[in-house]
Design a protein around this ligand. Structure first.
Ligand code: HEM
Length: 524
C-alpha cells in the first residue's frame, strides 16, 4: 500500500512539475524569474499580513530593529513558552495585554480575568473559536472541509458519547485491562518501562473499543493508522497553517500521505459502513437494535447524501481519533510521572481505590468517589497542561474591548492558561500538591461547591480544557478513561521514577510529556 501511494505521490509531483513547466514554456517565463517572483510575493504577503494585523499591545520576545519581529518568529518553538511566562509576569499585575510572535502570526494574550470573560462571551461571528481551530490545524486539508463546516462531531460527543459513558464502562474496563496486560510485562521485581508509546497503544485501543468495537479495536494496522494520522494532523497542520492557502492543497498529500491513511480506513471500515447503510435503507426507523457505536452515530448524524459519503464518514472517524488519543494518553502519562515522583501519594491513593472497588466494584459511582485520584489528575493537568494557551479566538470583525484595546479582523488571541494556573489564586501555586483539590473540595462541601474543584470542572482559574461554550466536550470521557486505567495501575503496582520526574518538552505553545521518560513498576 505504501509503495502504491509513494508512486502516487511521485506521479503527482512529476505531473505537477510538468504542468508548471508547460505553463512557463507557453508563457515564455524563465523558471528563475518565476521562483524569484514567488519569493518576492511571499515576502510581500507576510509583510502585508504583519502590517494589517498590527495592534497597540506590548510585544514580548521581539528583538529591536526593523526585522526584530520576523527574527523572533523563528525563536517561537524553543522560546514561546518562556515569552508567555515573561509577559504574564510583567503585565498581569496591571491587567494589561501582551503579544508574542509565532511563525504563523502574533498571538495576543489578555491577562485580566474581566477581558477573558468578554472574550469568551463574544459571538462566534466576531471572535471565532471554530475558525481558529480550523486554521491552526489546517483542518480543511489535514482532515476534511466537512469538519470545519459541520460541527456534528461536537454534538455527537455531547449527546451520544456522554449518554453511553455509564453503560460502556464494563467494556472500557475490559479493554483497558486487556491492553495493559498485553503491553506491560511487569512482575514482582521493579521493571523499567518506557511508557509513552505503550500508553498511546492502550488509549487508542480502549477508545476504539467504544468507537468501532471488537475486533477492529484490536487490529494493529487500524490502530497504527489512527495513531499515526492523529500525530500528523497536529504536526503537518501547524506547518500548513504557516503557508498561504494556495500551497496547502498540493502539499498536504506529499507531507502526510493522506490518501494512504484514508485507504487504510476504507479497507477496515468501508465494508462496515456499506453494510450499515444498506440495513438503514432496508429497515429505516424499524431498525431498533442498531449498534451503539461511533460508526453508527456518524451515520445517524449525517444529514444528506454528501455527509453520508464514505469519505466524509471516514473524516469524522479520523477527527474523533485525533481529538481523543494523544490528548488522553498525554494526560495519563503526565499523571503517572507525577505519581511516580511523589511516592507519598501512593499509599492514600491505593487505600482509596481498594476500599471503593472492594465495596462497589468498577462503576460510574465508584469513579466519582475516587476524590484523591481526581485531585491528582487535576493537579497534574494544572501544572502540565497539553497546551499552554487555550480559548484561542480569531477576530472575524474588528472589535474593541471594554479597556479600549482594539483588535483588527484577522488577529488572534487566547488565554495564557498555564501561567494563570500557576498564579497566586492558590497557596504555593508552582508546587505540585496532589491532594490540594480534594482538601479544597472537603472544605467547600457544606457550601455545595465541592464540584468546583473536580478534574472536569473548568473556570477562569483552571483552563486546561478551555472554558465556556467551546470547552472540551470530551473531558468527561477522557477523565473516565484516565481514572479507570490509573486506578487499575495503582491498585496492582507500585510506581516510581528512579531518575526523577521526566521533564516536559515545551515547544511553541505545546507542553509534551517526555516521550523517552522511564518509570519503574513493581507488582504489589
Ligand atoms: C485529557 C484529554 C484532553 C484534553 C487535555 C483536551 C483539551 C482540549 C482543549 C484545550 C480544547 C480547546 C478548548 C479551548 O481552548 O477553549 C479541546 C477541544 C476539543 N476537544 Fe478535547 N481534550 C481532551 C480529550 C478529548 C477527548 C477524549 C475528546 C473526544 C472524545 C475531545 C474532543 C474535543 C473536541 C471535539 C474539541 C473541539 C470543541 C469544539 O469544536 O467546540 N477531547 N480539548
Amino acid at each position: 500500500m505504501d509503495a502504491v501511494i509513494d508512486n502516487d505521490t511521485s506521479l503527482r509531483y512529476g505531473g505537477l512539475k510538468m504542468a508548471v513547466e508547460e505553463v512557463l514554456l507557453k508563457r515564455q517565463v524563465n523558471p528563475g524569474v518565476a521562483i524569484g517572483g514567488l519569493v518576492l510575493w511571499m515576502f510581500v504577503w507576510v509583510a502585508w499580513k504583519s502590517y494589517s494585523l498590527r495592534v497597540k499591545v506590548d510585544a514580548v520576545g521581539v528583538s529591536p530593529g526593523l526585522f526584530g519581529g520576523w527574527r523572533a518568529m523563528f525563536g517561537f518553538f524553543p522560546r514561546g513558552n518562556d515569552w508567555i511566562a515573561e509577559g504574564y509576569k510583567k503585565f498581569s499585575p496591571t491587567g494589561k495585554w501582551f503579544q508574542i510572535p509565532s511563525v504563523a502570526r502574533y498571538m495576543i494574550l489578555p491577562t485580566s480575568p474581566k477581558i477573558l470573560e468578554e472574550m469568551m462571551a463574544e459571538a462566534e461571528n466576531i471572535l471565532s473559536f471554530n475558525e481558529a481551530l480550523a486554521d491552526k490545524l489546517a483542518i480543511e486539508w489535514t482532515i476534511h472541509p466537512c469538519i470545519k463546516h459541520d460541527r456534528s462531531h461536537v454534538k455527537l460527543i455531547q449527546t451520544k458519547l456522554s449518554q453511553r459513558l455509564t453503560t460502556i464502562l464494563p467494556e472500557v474496563m475490559d479493554e483497558l485491562v486487556l491492553a495493559w496486560e498485553e503491553n506491560a510485562n511487569v512482575g514482582k521485581e521493579w521493571t523499567k518501562v518506557q511508557i509513552s508509546d505503550m500508553m498511546l497503544q492502550i488509549v487508542a485501543r480502549t477508545t476504539n473499543r467504544m468507537f468501532v468495537g471488537v475486533p477492529l479495536c484490536r487490529n494493529q494496522e487500524y490502530l497504527d493508522n489512527v495513531i499515526q494520522y492523529a500525530g500528523k494532523v497536529m504536526m503537518m497542520g501547524s506547518i500548513l497553517d504557516c503557508l498561504p492557502r494556495i500551497f496547502r492543497g498540493p502539499l498536504t498529500n506529499p507531507l502526510m500521505k493522506k490518501s494512504y491513511h484514508y485507504a487504510i480506513m476504507r479497507k477496515h471500515v468501508g465494508h462496515i459502513l456499506r453494510e450499515r447503510k444498506e440495513k438503514m435503507r432496508e429497515l429505516g426507523e424499524e431498525w431498533k437494535d442498531r449498534p451503539d457505536d461511533l460508526i453508527q452515530w456518524v451515520l445517524d448524524f449525517a444529514v444528506d447524501e454528501k455527509a453520508s459519503s464514505e469519505e466524509e464518514l471516514i473524516a469524522r472517524l479520523l477527527m474523533m481519533n485525533f481529538v481523543s488519543i494523544h490528548t488522553t494518553s498525554e494526560a495519563i502519562l503526565q499523571t503517572l510521572y507525577d505519581i511516580g515522583s511523589h511516592p507519598e501519594l501512593q499509599p492514600p491513593l491505593h487505600a482509596e481505590i481498594t476500599e471503593i472497588l472492594s465495596k462497589d466494584g468498577m462503576c460510574k459511582q465508584s469513579l466519582t468517589k475516587m476524590k484523591k485520584l481526581d485531585s491528582v489528575i487535576r493537579e497534574s493537568q494544572r501544572l502540565s497542561p497539553i497546551t499552554t494557551v487555550t480559548m484561542v479566538r480569531k477576530a472575524m470583525a474588528p472589535h474593541t474591548f471594554s479597556d479600549g484595546t482594539h483588535i483588527p479582523a484577522g488577529a488572534w488571541m487566547g488565554a495564557p492558561a498555564a501561567e494563570i494556573q500557576r498564579s497566586n489564586f492558590i497557596p504555593n501555586p508552582t508546587v505540585f500538591d496532589g491532594f490540594r483539590w480534594e482538601r479544597m473540595g472537603v472544605e467547600n462541601q457544606s457550601s455545595g461547591k465541592a464540584g468546583k474543584y473536580a478534574a472536569v470542572t473548568t473556570s477562569f482559574d483552571h483552563l486546561v480544557w478551555g472554558h465556556g461554550k467551546y470547552a472540551c466536550p470530551g473531558r468527561f470521557f477522557a477523565t473516565t478513561v484516565e481514572k479507570i486505567l490509573l486506578s487499575h495501575i495503582i491498585e496492582r503496582f507500585e510506581v516510581r521514577c528512579p531518575e526523577g520526574r521526566p521533564k516536559n518538552k515545551l515547544f511553541g505553545m505545546a507542553c509534551i510529556a517526555d516521550p523517552k521518560g522511564v518509570i519503574e513498576l513493581k507488582m504489589r
